[in-house]
Design a protein around this ligand. Structure first.
Ligand code: NAD
Length: 502
């Protein structure tokens, strides 16, 4: 009998007030029912936000290094449980085991990085323009943070948000994706075991409109951090805008890899395969466009198609499997629709293009690695996010045109250039309009201690990762301390530094 799971509110596991549940299934094998999770509603959100608001005063007064010690323990527990969590993730989300291990490792790295930052959380001290006066800044928690996350990095992404929020002194309510509720539940168990006080971490399962939207709108939520589609992100930004509420958005991508004729082509091909087909193309940083210089284009496409056709598809817990399923039938329908759109637009399908149903894969949402050639920048498959294993190859004359094509979408998350020309690489680093640029590496592979986020329709200026991660969850306070014992008026009483000369 599959387990029945609960929300986590004020340190207790609770059913949804409605008593309703929804099923969680394995995308590699739809006969495998993982469990049932509460189908919550606004009343459960309200309970969780109230718990978080009640826990806030004591938590924000806890010194940041002490909050960080708990986060260090989170890292220790996750390290101990890494293999178990990774296997559970492959079962629930579908990514192959090596990648699931990477997802959990990213969470561990984030725990240690953010725990370390708890002993810094630097403000600035700077001289005042007036004598006997100090000037400095500190960062303070905004309050209750509402965290809304997608399914593609079902442990790492919730940690990118919750870890800095908690170490900054916010309390949190997490609303994870409906497709990966178990990973979020296990993450919350880790917080619980580490000793986070009741109410500091709360979890509410359920749908976007039923749980996500009320969380965004709740008057006691001071900041919203969202990762997901640009469509939903826009709605969240509108709702937060009306309430003048802080929101940090990480959204879609249409990432491109440039390959110039002087590149190490073996390396570039490996980069294309990893960038386009890892996580079945379901990474926000996945390579969905490959911009190739015309002189090497035919050779490149031929090799890429041959290698893509060799990718081993299947259940990610089995040895040797390189690519798992799509997350659900809806996503498979979307990917198939884009294949039809590509063909109708006149692109040439050089490999894949259909669902994969060999053997026991018939029970999952598998799709073949797919490569389109003769794609032009104006085609929909070159502009819109597909979020599946589909790469579109676009031929260009030179570096200038490559950068122009790369910049020609509404998104700006990740990018990559393969070349041996140092000057060309530096020009690309300067002119590419994206939050992330890789030189001689694929578009995927972010490290947690560097800022992560996108330009244009991908984001709204905030960053996760690095020390920037704290900015979304804190307000900056500027403090002046005047110990002169007299009224000193800035800009009025400040004397010229030097006597004026004759
Ligand atoms: P999604 O936007 O459908 O859902 C994301 C989350 O928002 C889910 O928890 C969902 O339940 C919730 N949600 C849905 N409607 C809502 C509403 N009206 N109000 C509040 N919450 C709502 O996205 P998805 O399909 O889960 O994830 C895929 C998308 O995420 C892709 O576009 C991908 O590029 C993006 N993504 C971006 C990043 C990044 O860092 N830029 C990282 C991973 C994924």
């Amino acid at each position: 009998m599959p387990d029945r799971h609960r929300n986590f509110i004020h340190g207790e596991w609770r059913d949804a007030r409605s008593g309703l549940t929804f099923p969680d299934i394995n995308p590699s094998d739809t006969d495998d029912l993982i469990g049932f999770f509460p189908q919550s509603g606004p009343e459960d959100v309200d309970d969780a936000v109230t718990a978080a608001a009640n826990a806030l005063p004591a938590w924000r007064r806890t010194p940041a290094p002490k909050r960080a010690e708990l986060m260090f323990r989170v890292g220790e527990i996750m390290t101990r449980r890494k293999e178990e969590l990774s296997r559970l993730m492959t079962r629930e989300m579908g990514k192959v085991l090596s990648e699931a291990r990477g997802d959990v490792q990213e969470a561990i790295d984030t725990a240690y990085h953010i725990a370390g930052e708890g002993r810094r959380l630097h403000g600035i001290t700077t001289p005042s323009e007036l004598p006997d006066k100090w000037a400095m800044t500190i960062r303070q928690p905004i309050g209750v943070a509402g965290l809304i996350t997608p399914w593609n990095f079902p442990i790492a992404i919730p940690t990118w948000k919750s870890f800095p929020a908690l170490v900054a002194g916010c309390t949190v309510v997490l609303k994870p994706a409906e497709d990966t509720p178990l990973c979020a539940t296990e993450l919350v168990r880790v917080f619980h075991e580490a000793g986070f006080p009741a109410g500091t971490v709360n979890l509410v399962h359920g749908g976007g409109p039923d749980v996500g939207a009320p969380l965004v709108r709740h008057k006691d939520v001071g900041v919203v951090s969202f990762t997901g589609s640009s469509e939903v992100g826009r709605q969240i930004a509108e709702s937060c805008g009306r309430a003048l509420k802080r929101c940090s958005l990480e959204m879609g991508g249409k990432n491109a890899q440039i390959v110039l004729e002087d590149a190490d082509l073996d390396l570039a091909i490996q980069g294309s395969l990893w960038g386009a087909f890892a996580t079945t193309g379901q990474r926000c940083t996945a390579t969905s466009r490959i911009i190739v210089q015309r002189s090497i284009h035919d050779r490149y496409v031929e090799r890429l198609a041959a290698e893509a056709a060799r990718v081993r598809i299947g259940y990610g817990l089995e040895d040797g499997i390189q690519m798992g399923p799509l997350i659900n039938e809806g996503q498979r329908t979307t990917v198939a629709k884009y294949v039809d759109i590509g063909k109708a637009e006149g692109a040439r399908l050089v490999c894949g293009g259909a669902a994969y149903r060999e053997g026991r894969c018939a029970r999952g949402f598998f799709f073949q690695p797919t490569v389109f050639d003769r794609v032009t920048p104006s085609m929909r498959i070159a502009r819109e996010e597909i979020f599946g294993p589909v790469a579109s190859v676009i031929a260009v004359d030179d570096l200038d045109q490559a950068i122009q094509v790369l910049n020609g979408t509404s998104y700006g998350l990740s990018s990559s250039i393969y070349t041996r020309d140092v000057a060309g690489a530096f020009r690309a680093m300067s002119e590419i309009e994206c939050g992330i640029v890789y030189v001689n590496g694929p578009t995927i592979g972010a490290e947690t201690h560097l800022p992560f986020g996108g330009w244009k329709d991908t984001g709204n200026g905030h960053r996760e990762g690095g020390v920037s991660a704290f900015q979304a969850f804190t307000e900056e306070k500027t403090i002046y301390v005047d110990y002169s014992g007299r009224l000193q008026r800035a800009q009025i009483d400040n004397q010229p530094a030097l006597e004026s000369r004759p």
